[in-house]
Design a protein around this ligand. Sequence first.
Ligand code: PNS
Length: 176
Amino acid sequence: MSGADSLAQGKGGERVAIFPGTFDPFTKGHMDLVKRALSFFDRVTISVLHNAKKVTLFTVDERKELVLAALSDVRDRVEVDSFSGLLVDYLKTRGTRAVIRGLRAISDYDYEAQMAIMNRNLSPEVETFFLMSREEYSYISSSLVRQVALLGGDVRKFVAPPVADAMAKKVLAAKE
Ligand code: PNS
C-alpha cells in the first residue's frame, strides 16, 4: 500500500481528513483551508470541539450550522461533526488518521507543533497536515473577529454572510 493509499480510510476507499477546532466562529481563513484540503482529500469532516469548560459565543449546534452554511458551495464533499475528549480517540471512532490544521504565522508554530507531536505520541498513525490560507486571511483569528463584532465592528470581510448575520444577532441579544 502506498503512503497516499494508506490515507484512504473512509467509506468506499475515500481519503478523508478531519479538520478539528473550536470554530467560534468559523472564519474565511477556515473556509480557505477546507477548500485547500479538498484538493488533496476526497472529503473533509469539520469537527467542532465541545468543551463544557470553555465559554463560547456560539453553542456547538450553532457552530456546526454556521460551518455548513459557510461551505454551501462544497456541501457534497464536507461533513460537520462535533467531538469531546481526546482528538486521537475521536479519530479512531471516525476511522481516519489525517488531521488538517492551519498555520498562519510563526506565532502559531509552537502551539501547533506541540499538539501535532503530542497526538503522534498518543497515536503514532495520526498525521497532521499543515496548510496555509491565503495571505489576506493570515491575520484573521476567531477571537479577534469575536472582539470586533462584540464592539460593534463590521466582520463581513472576515466571515461568510450567514456567520456575520448570526454574530450581529448575538451582539444584539447581548445588549438586550
Ligand atoms: O481551534 P482551536 O481551538 O485551536 O482547536 C484546538 C483543538 C480542538 C484542535 C485542540 O484543542 C484539541 O484537539 N482538543 C482535544 C483535546 C486533545 O486531544 N488534547 C490533546 C492533544 S493536544
